[in-house]
Design a protein around this ligand. Sequence first.
Ligand SMILES: [Zn+2]
Ligand SMILES: [Zn+2]
Ligand SMILES: [Zn+2]
Length: 400
Amino acid sequence: MSLQQQLSKLKSRESGTRNTKPAHPPKKVKPSSGQVENAASGASAAQASPQPGTKRHISEVLSSSDTSLEDNLTEVESVGKSKPPPITVHRVTDFLKFSTLVTKDSPKDNPTTTKTLANSNVKVLTHSDDEYRRVIKLLQDSKYEYHHFQLKSEKPFRIVIRGLNPATPATEIKEGLEKVGHTVRSANNISFKKKDGESVKTIKLPLFFVDLEPRPNNKEVMEVRYLAYQRISVESPKPCKDVPQCKRCQLFGHTKNYCTLSPKCVKCGSSHLTAECTKAPNIEPTCANCSEAHPASWRGCHKYKEIYKSSRIQARPLQTSTSLSGTDKATASYSQVVDLQEIATDTYSQSLGKTRDSDPVLKQIFNLLSNLSKRLDQLENNGPGNALVKTNYRKFKNGG
Ligand SMILES: [Zn+2]
Ligand SMILES: [Zn+2]
Ligand SMILES: [Zn+2]
């Protein structure tokens, strides 16, 4: 593919992502008619509380089902053998001690290495699943604070089943799929809340998110047409370009199931889990990321916007070199997303500049993307009318 074709493809893709830019919801969002959220049980009080800016209209969910950016992180790497994702260790004060700990017993032929990031964070890079697990265990035992990602080999195969009555018990879904050779890890119905006068009604949709254990036959499930005596269709979740946010530490680019950082409250920004918050409702919230008066989950937060913008621009130059001619899925590698936090603390132009200046083609693409980014900003400033508001059923898809 010529550069011109690549650029025009990038251009058309950029315009196609217009509707996925972050929305600017009001500070206080109450459940209202037609908003969707995940019906999965077991959500903590933090998750159950309204998440400003994380809802979207029901019609969007009915017509599409998307999955978090993190869910797709491994997609790019799915060709050939997949490398374990990096582990980012925060606040490493004694680097030499740390380095000895993680590298000492690593394989001699393909040793574990580190890369130092801003704010004394260190990224640990392993080369096999076993070594990855070994390092995680070491970090756990030594009480380091870190975030990481699910190994590709442990990642479930995620599907959307459409047309299944919400009353269908999860056990029937499991049994039905087992009969045709698939093992179900979890099955969750999707519902939304509708305001009805003073009360809020939960409306269940004929839509289920199902996670299968990873197996070589996973793709065959797409052909299943009947389940529990019902006519159904099976779809892949659509990629979501939103940036995941950790519900434990409120930082971006990872989720709480893979985080051991000190907790930060989404409401008051203090060092406790959101579920333990004692803030009175009449007291203004404080953002854990920017200290302004909004919950840390508000998509209008300038920290979120910076990271979102970086993620959109960062994803593209890499795509041109790795997968432009391949899949159309908007996917990013682990390192791209992990670097978001780095960019947030560093400056994004510095990080990008290094790549851009070393390659004239990238430089050209970078210039094009900068212009596109400006145009996106202009569109964004045209008001929230056409903005796609993300749903908090992300929390199911994020696994956390
Ligand atoms: Zn976290
Ligand atoms: Zn709090
Ligand atoms: Zn903020």
